[in-house]
Design a protein around this ligand. Structure first.
Ligand SMILES: *[C@@H]1O[C@H](CO)[C@@H](O)[C@H](O)[C@H]1NC(C)=O
Ligand SMILES: *[C@@H]1O[C@H](CO)[C@@H](O)[C@H](O)[C@H]1NC(C)=O
Ligand SMILES: *[C@@H]1O[C@H](CO)[C@@H](O)[C@H](O)[C@H]1NC(C)=O
Length: 358
């Protein structure tokens, strides 16, 4: 439907506004050598040739594309000597002749990066960082196995850091249908989460008394550890998606929170957003009341976010909000109605939400 498409375009605009960085596009046009330039005439043949290739769909007028370009080039030069080589390419999706290519890959905003495997039959969205070192680290992980074995305590503690979502499969042995389904899951969601597997529960944080097969998800928020034992692929996927959404998404300047913010805005749910100055004395009171509300509406199609004034200029611009309205709460329903309550007090949250949630 036309209206649905419009909403998602707006949200990708919002998402690009959210993390406006201070890095400006460098004027110097360094010699572009490592990033391959592709168009409709040679896209398929190039993608067929490389079992793993990353393609950036960009538009010449897009500012975020310009700031990405030197970082992308630098990453391409580092990755060209990786074994196996990791190839970075780009397509001008604004070019009339390339538009069919862009629509084939469902490109909705710029830049969009796709990781293509098996001649493009398997396409995943790149969800990693946008600076050179980060791109390199992220892509090295994408080219290895989707889930790597955890075989020592050192490995466990260096990989399961508690800073992001990490999904571990614990199995008596690395075979059988449960294990196979776990590897399918890891392949499918590898661009979003980190995966590992082991036969030794004692290697895992809080691993003492579990026996496999079990999938244990570590996350930096809420209950920190969740176990799951239904090994149907669809059930596993749903479990990971649901468990990795914080009860209340925190939006501040901490980049570790940004993937959850992106997820929040991409979700089809209604959205309840509370903006205030996180240094305010009332922060704890707001947080506790808002957490209660999130718990109350759990599973009812509403997502909750708390945003720090300092990090929220993009969102304020997008929703037409003013700084003197904070603390404020705004609800965006799934049919794009907006309700705003400015100058909010912690005790207002529950009653106000009740009025606007159906
Ligand atoms: C693909 O074709 C375009 C336009 O002819 C050309 O500029 C580009 O270098 C080609 N890329 C590769 C990898 O052959
Ligand atoms: C593995 O997943 C498939 C697809 O969901 C399912 O049919 C099968 O029963 C699963 N196996 C186990 C052991 O859960
Ligand atoms: C948030 O509050 C702190 C402490 O009261 C203050 O120093 C800071 O300027 C405020 N930030 C904004 C963006 O108003």
């Amino acid at each position: 439907m036309a209206s649905r498409v419009r909403v998602s375009i707006c949200f990708s605009l919002l998402v690009s506004l959210l993390f406006v960085s201070s890095i400006s596009a460098t004027e110097e046009e360094s010699k572009k050598e490592f990033v391959l330039t592709l168009d409709h005439s040679n896209f398929s043949e190039t993608v067929d040739k490389h079992p793993f290739i990353v393609v950036e769909f960009y538009a010449p007028w897009c500012g975020h594309c310009k700031s990405l370009a030197p970082e992308y080039e630098k990453a391409a030069s580092v990755l060209s000597s990786h074994d196996p080589p990791i190839v970075l390419a780009k397509v001008d999706a604004n070019e009339e002749a390339n538009k069919e290519l862009a629509s084939q890959f469902e490109i909705r905003g710029f830049p969009t990066l796709k990781i293509l495997r098996n001649g493009g039959k398997d396409a995943q969205e790149y969800k990693g960082p946008r600076e050179a070192d980060g791109i390199v680290t992220y892509l090295k992980k994408q080219v290895g196995p989707a889930s790597a074995e955890i075989s020592s305590a050192e490995e466990a503690s260096s990989r399961i850091t508690g800073e992001n979502v990490f999904v571990v499969g614990l199995f008596p042995k690395f075979s059988g249908e449960e294990y196979l389904n776990f590897t399918i899951l890891a392949e499918k969601l590898r661009s979003d989460y980190d995966f590992g597997h082991t036969t030794d529960a004692k290697l895992l944080p809080r691993g003492d008394a579990v026996t496999g097969p079990v999938v244990r998800l570590f996350k930096p928020f809420d209950e920190l550890v969740v176990d799951f034992q239904d090994f149907h692929v669809e059930a596993l996927e749903k479990f990971v998606e649901v468990a990795s959404i914080p009860k209340v998404t925190i939006f501040n300047k901490d980049p570790n929170n940004h993937p959850y913010v992106v997820k929040f805005f991409n979700s089809p749910n209604a959205k309840a957003m509370l903006f205030l100055n996180f240094s305010s004395q009332l922060f704890d009171a707001f947080k506790s009341k808002f957490d209660d509300a999130a718990e109350h509406y759990k599973g009812k199609g509403v997502s909750f976010l708390m945003g720090d004034l300092e990090a929220s200029q993009g969102a304020f611009q997008y929703f037409g909000l003013k700084e003197d309205q904070v603390p404020l709460i705004i609800i965006q329903t799934d049919d794009s109605q907006k309700y705003l309550k400015p100058n909010l007090e912690p005790d207002h949250i529950a009653t106000w939400l009740k009025e606007y949630m159906v």
